[in-house]
Each structure stands twice: as C-alpha cells, then as structure tokens.
Design a binder for this molecule. Structure first.
Ligand SMILES: [Fe+2]
Length: 138
C-alpha cells in the first residue's frame, strides 16, 4: 500500500499536483526506511540530512509551481494558500535544524508518520482541491 493510499490522500484535478504528491510520498518512505536503518546502526545517521534537504527542496519547487498557476489563473485565495505553504516550509526547516542539533529519530519519526501525512491530507482536500477546481473550471 502506498503512503498516499495508506493516509487517504486523494487526487485533485491537476496532474502536476498529484505527481508531486507521489514524489513527496516516495521521499517520505525513503526517509522512514533510513530512520529504521539508523535505529539498527547509528553509523547510518549521516544518510538522513541529504534526504531531508531533498524533501525541503521538493516542497519548495512544488509550492512555487502551485503559486505560479494560482497567479496566472487569478485564484482569489492565493495569499491564504501561499501562507500555508510558507508555514510548512518553515516547519520543515525547523525540523532539519532540530535534527542537526539533537539527531533525535523519535521526533523525525513522529513528524514523518503523523504530522506530515495529516498536514498533506488536510492541505490536499482543502486548498489544493479548491485551487485545482478553480484552475480547471471552464
Ligand atoms: Fe498547496
């Protein structure tokens, strides 16, 4: 079962959003597998930071794509949607800083298994759904 299916993250009316969510899900799975490795052998700790930075970069690029689509279509709630993107990017940056300081797998696990999927699900069914519908409506 894929991560997205497992967490009930539905598709929206724009393919690029669905494709990017799949890629985020693939990265999260890779991060979770790496956390499991670290718990067996702490020498694998250095594997996690590049993956967290890849996830941050991926989300940043994905949000920029959504934001330029919203701008082009003159989506009325663009500032609320962008504000939520910015909040998530700040949260990911704080998580990365926390990891750099404490190398705490417990908080990473909670974030990747609970906080992030819940956020992605809520964000998809509200803001991304409304945005995709607005952009694709004739
Ligand atoms: Fe979004």
């Amino acid at each position: 079962m894929s991560y997205l299916t497992k967490h009930g993250i539905p598709k929206v009316a724009l393919d690029f959003i669905n494709d990017d969510h799949e890629e985020a899900a693939r990265l999260i799975s890779e991060i979770n597998q790496t956390i499991a490795k670290i718990e067996i052998d702490s020498n694998d700790k250095n594997l996690i930071l590049p993956l967290l930075e890849t996830l941050l970069g991926h989300k940043g690029t994905h949000f920029e794509k959504e934001e330029s689509s919203m701008k082009e279509a003159q989506f009325p709630a663009i500032s609320q949607h962008k504000q939520e993107h910015d909040r998530l990017l700040n949260e990911l940056k704080a998580l990365i800083d926390h990891w750099k300081h404490y190398q705490d797998t417990h908080s990473l696990k909670t974030y990747m298994n609970e906080i992030f999927p819940l956020w992605l699900k809520n964000h998809t069914i509200t803001m991304d759904h409304a945005t995709a519908l607005f952009i694709t409506s004739p």
